[in-house]
Design a protein around this ligand. Structure first.
Ligand SMILES: [Zn+2]
Length: 317
């Protein structure tokens, strides 16, 4: 198995195979890359490789590997509270205290900090204290989508592992496997817009398929310049709650933006955006984007939902 579960990133995988295979394990790994670039996948494979008892690490079959990969290894500990905007400092302090307790099963104890960019300065200082004097068995893996959000003192301590974006050929093969119902055009659009990050392309493709009935009405109305149909989409929304209206308006905005971009040659992910990009001119799409941005701003502010819908009924032509 090795690191193959991670697509692409050949040099990175080769280096890790080499160093971990020879037992050269760093105390602190800093994995950086944008959202959807495979940081978590790499972290899990790395942790499995570190505790693996098989020959080709990570073997994926030994008990240690299987536990890490299924998230149940007692010596692979995630330090985070996804409910909180900032990773709570007391969690990091707790990890520090816990670190001095010997590992349960493995020779190592591995701590994963999945949101380095959300650790704040106090949190990072607490982490620095851990990194200053880790026990011999301690390993720390920090993930971040913005390495520049980290203190230089944290950054300079880690073995840096930077995720690489994937070549189109690899992405196309994997996405076709994952979304057999998506057409080649839709997949090309997702690849182009994702910047080569598989997770982002996956998110685009699954969002593109979940279009609400309201959105369908809106896009067909706007494409056909059918004011009556547009009213049929908007009028019922006047009675909706703010937090129901917002995601719908945001989806409309995304589709309009995607249609606008696709007029410049980048294929759109949303099938609806492709329709709009041929039905409407760039100027018309730009105007609609502007109106949607305003409507979202109003909805987030103090303007009533009914007034926002009324505004859109008036300005969208
Ligand atoms: Zn193993």
């Amino acid at each position: 198995m090795g690191f193959d579960a991670l697509l692409g990133n050949d040099r990175l995988k080769e280096n890790l195979r080499h160093s971990v295979g020879r037992g050269r394990i760093s105390h602190f790994y800093l994995i950086s890359g944008p959202e959807g670039s495979g940081k978590r996948t790499l972290a899990r494979l790395l942790a499995a490789a570190i505790v693996c008892t098989g020959a080709q690490k990570p073997c994926g079959i030994c008990a240690a590997c299987r536990k890490v990969l299924s998230g149940s290894h007692p010596d692979f500990i995630t330090v985070d509270d996804p409910e909180k905007k900032t990773v709570p400092v007391d969690l990091i302090r707790k990890a520090r205290a816990d670190m001095y307790i010997q590992p349960n099963e493995a020779d190592r104890k591995i701590y994963l900090f999945p949101r380095g960019q959300d650790m704040g300065v106090p949190g990072q200082n607490a982490l620095l204290k851990i990194l200053e004097e880790p026990p011999a068995y301690g390993v720390f893996i920090l993930l971040t989508d913005r390495a520049e959000a980290l203190l230089p003192t944290v950054r300079s301590r880690g073995t840096a592992l930077a995720m690489q974006n994937l070549p189109e050929r690899l992405m196309r093969a994997r996405l076709t496997e994952l979304f057999p119902q998506a057409g080649p055009e839709e997949i090309s659009g997702a690849i182009a817009r994702s910047g080569g990050w598989l997770g982002q392309a996956q998110a685009l493709l699954s969002q593109g398929r979940q279009v609400s009935p309201q959105t369908e009405k809106f896009t067909s109305a706007f494409a056909a310049r059918d004011k009556l149909l547009l009213l049929q989409a908007l009028v019922p929304m006047e009675r909706w709650k703010r937090d129901q209206v917002l995601p719908v308006l945001e989806q409309w905005l995304q589709i309009l933006q995607s249609a606008l971009v696709s007029r410049s040659g980048v294929q759109a992910v949303y099938p609806a955006a492709r329709v709009l990009s041929t039905a409407r001119s760039s100027q018309e799409l730009m105007d609609a984007v502007h109106h949607l941005q305003k409507a979202i701003e109003y909805t987030q502010g103090n303007v009533s939902v009914a007034a926002v819908c009324g505004y859109l009924e008036w300005v969208l032509q």
